[in-house]
Design a protein around this ligand. Sequence first.
Ligand code: TEU
Ligand code: CA
Length: 553
Amino acid sequence: MNKNWWKESVMYQIYPRSFKDSNADGIGDIQGIISKLDYLQDLGVDLIWLGPIYDSPNDDNGYDISDYYNIHPEFGTMAEFDELLAGLHARGIKLIMDLVVNHTSDEHEWFEKSSASIDNDYRDYYFWRDGVNGGPPNNWTSFFGGSAWQLDEKSGQYYLHLFTKKQPDLNWENPKVRQDIKNVLKFWLDKGIDGFRMDVIPLISKRLPFQDAEARNFSELVEKYYSNGPKVHQYINEMYEDVLQHYDIMTVGEGPGISTSTALNYISPDRRELNMIFQLEHMFLGFGEKGKFDQQPYELVDLLNILINWDEAISEKGWNNIFLDNHDFARLVSRWGNDREYRYECATLFATLLLTFRGTPCIYQGSEIGMTNVKFDSIEEYNDVETLNFYQEFVVDGDMDEATFMKAVYKEGRDNVRTPFQWNDSDSAGFTDGKPWLKLNPNYDQINLEADQAHSKSIFAFYKNLISFRKGNEDLIYGDLKVLQKEDNLFIYERRGEQDSYLVILNMKSANAKYKLPHSKIELVQSNCDGFPNPIEVLHLRPWEALVFKIIE
Ligand code: TEU
Ligand code: CA
C-alpha cells in the first residue's frame, strides 16, 4: 500500500453560500471562510473541498460557470481568494477546488459565441443537433427533469444539456475545448491549490451519435448512457499527462454511474487518471424509476453492503473516499439515523463510521454539530433548481400529489443540506447580519456550534476527538478491514494495522442489542455513550451506541 498525504487527510466540504457571510448581504463568502479558519484548524480537518466560487449566473448555485478565471463578486475577489489559500496553508490545511467542466453556463463566452450562428469557430464547443420528427434529437432526459435537449429558436437546432438548460454540455471531442480546460487547470494549480474535485467527470465523453436510450430507471440511464463514455479515460488521462502529473496534488472525481466494476479504471494508479472517486451508489439508494423524488424504501443494511462492496472491490489496488452526505443529498443524521430521539448518538455513530472505515473521510459542513434536514412550509421557500424543476414536472404538469412530492423533498431535497451553518443562537444563527439567501433551519436555537462548545459531551467535541485520534494513526488509516457482522443493524469490523488493531462496534438502531466479544482483552478507546462497564464477555449495547476498542489479545 502506497502512503500518500491525501489518504491520511480528513476532508471537509464547504458549501460557500451557506458557510459564513461577512458583509450582511445574506450570502456566505470568502471573507466569511477566512474568519473561520481558526475554527477549521481547531476541528482538526486538514483538507478543504471548496464548492464553486467562480463567476456564475447561479442557475445551479455556481455549478453553471460563466468565467473560470474570475471569482463571483458575491463571494469576493481574487485577492481574497489568495488570502484564503495562504491562510489555509499557514495552518497546514490544503485546499481543493470544484472543477465543473462537463458543462458551462449558457452565459459563458464560449456558449455565447457558439450560439451566435450555425457556422462559427465556437459552434462545436457544444453539441448542436437537428431535431427529429419535430422533436428533440433523442429521448434523453436531464438530471433535473425534462428533455436533455433545448431548442434554440434562432438556429432551429437543439443543444445538449444533461443538467439544466442553462448548463450546456461541452464537446470534449473538440481538442480546442480540451486545451482550454487544461489552461484552466494550470491557472489554478499555479496559484498553489492542492487539487480538484471534478464534477460529474465520467460524463465528459458522450456516446455518439446520440441514439435513443432504453433504460428501466434513472440510475441505469446514467450508468449505461451518460457515464463511462468511450473516450472518458483518454480525456482524463490527457489531463493527467499534460497537466496534473506535474503537481503534488490530489484529484477526486465525482462518479455518478461508476460502479465497483468500473471504478478502478479511473483510480488504479497505473491508469494515470484520478486518485479517488466519490462513488454515489449509496447516495442513489431510494431512487425510484424517475429518480430521487420517486422515493423507494431501502434498509440501512443496503448502505452497509455498498460500503463493504466498495472496500472489497477497490482497497487492494486503489483508495476509497468515505462520505455519507454532501450538498446534493440529505443530512446524514436525518437520512441514515434518528434525528429526533437519538440525534447525538446517531451523529456520533456516523462520525465513528466515517473516521474509522477504510478510505479518506469527507465531512460535510454542519455534520460536526449534527445539523438536520429542514421542512419549509411551502414550495415557494425552496431555492434548489432540482427541487423546483421536478415540482413543476411531477406536481404542476404531472399527476403526483403535492403531499407525496413534499414528503420526498423533506427526505431528500438538496436544500436540506444548504440551509446556513448554525454558529450560535443569535438572530440568523450568527451566519449573517442580513437576511440569509435561504431560510435557516429553525432548530438553530438548539442546534448550533456555540451550544456544542459549551459542553464537553457534544457532537463537535466527539468529532474533534476522533479526528485527532485518527491523525497520524497509520494502523487505523492503512490497516486491513475485516467485517465481522452487518446483520440486525449491528455493524462490526476490525482494522488490523502493523502494530495496533481496532475493533469497531456500531449498534445502528433505536433499540438495545447484545454482542459476544471475540477477544479476551480489549481496551476502550472511543465511545459515544457514558459509563461503559469494564470489558465483559457479552456487550449490552444501547441504541446507536458506537464503540472503538484497541485489541490487546
Ligand atoms: O452532481 C451530479 C449529480 O449526480 C447530482 O446531480 C445528483 O444526481 C443530484 O444532485 C441528486 O439530487 C454534481 C453537483 O454535485 C451538483 O451540485 C450539480 O448540480 C451537478 O453536478 C451539475 O453540475
Ligand atoms: Ca456575503
